[in-house]
Ligand binder design. Structure first.
Ligand code: MN
Ligand code: MN
Ligand code: MN
Length: 273
């Protein structure tokens, strides 16, 4: 049975609509899929309405949080998307993104660029504006020669447009997920590029924040990493989740349902539902 508990649609930064996503997942042999768009549950109804026979949709979300100075992602699985505490959390995330976009735009205008926020908004379409949209707009409008320069001089680390995101701490985000009846999963622990020591600390903090599971599998990955993350989960008494983190077709390392099996000594998060 192919289980994929981490995917994105056009409701955040994915390329497929929720309808296309569930169809493609079914065609790829997936039998359980979670739609986990960034800080939104907007795609869940469409996905459920388009669900092919033989595919189960788990309502999910991927929420941004902060641990120390590090941005981390927490996936909520099997949530009630209408829960009021979760809804107000989502509204807060949205506000945080908007406020940041606003701050970046006004700083760039102080640097002499024009029409920055509305230009970047055009690039973003339905997404909330973030730094790549500013970079694309500055290039498209001929104010900067390429995106690399945009990041290097105006948006990247240490530049004027490098604005902290101000995400909530992990305990707050876990609380929203639990209020909505879901399981809180620390997403892709290997992608934060932490030392082993810091990764241990992150897991300890996640347990203290009442987190339930970590992604032992995130997309295509080699067996040594899987084993390392499985041991990490077991050491901290955390359940194990698995997902492709699919965004768009053509990324070989993150295709729908293309995830190796969980190690036999992992305790899968879905057995806890
Ligand atoms: Mn994404
Ligand atoms: Mn993520
Ligand atoms: Mn993701």
């Amino acid at each position: 049975m192919q289980i994929d508990l981490h995917t994105h649609s056009t409701e955040s930064d994915g390329a497929l609509s929720p309808t296309q996503l569930v169809h493609d997942a079914h065609a790829a042999g997936v039998s359980v899929i979670a739609l986990t768009d960034h800080d939104t549950v907007a795609g869940l109804d469409e996905g459920a309405a388009a669900l092919p026979d033989g595919l189960t949709l788990i309502p999910g979300i991927e929420l941004s949080a902060t641990w120390r100075n590090c941005g981390v992602h927490i996936v909520g699985l099997n949530i009630d998307p209408d829960n009021p505490a979760l809804r107000s959390g989502i509204a807060r995330q949205h506000h945080t993104r908007l406020k940041r976009a606003d701050t970046i735009a006004s700083r760039l205008e102080k640097s002499g660029f024009t029409n920055v926020l509305s230009g970047a908004q055009q690039e973003a379409g339905r997404e909330v504006v973030c730094r790549p949209h500013f970079a694309r707009y500055l290039v498209r409008s001929g104010q900067i020669k390429d995106e690399r320069t945009a990041f290097k001089k105006h948006l990247g680390r240490g530049t004027r447009g490098d604005v902290r995101e101000g995400w909530p701490d992990m305990a707050t985000v876990v609380e929203w997920i639990h209020a909505a009846g879901g399981a809180a999963v620390l997403a892709h622990p290997a992608k934060y590029k932490l030392t082993n020591l810091r990764l241990e600390e992150l897991c300890r903090a996640f347990v203290e924040a009442s987190g339930d599971a970590i992604e032992v599998i995130s997309g295509f990955q080699h067996i040594p990493l899987t084993d390392k993350l499985a041991r990490l989960a077991n050491r901290h008494g955390l359940l194990a989740s698995t997902g492709s983190d699919f965004h768009k077709p053509g990324q070989a390392w993150a295709q729908l349902g293309k995830v190796p099996p969980l190690p036999s000594d992992s305790r899968p998060v879905w057995e806890h539902w």
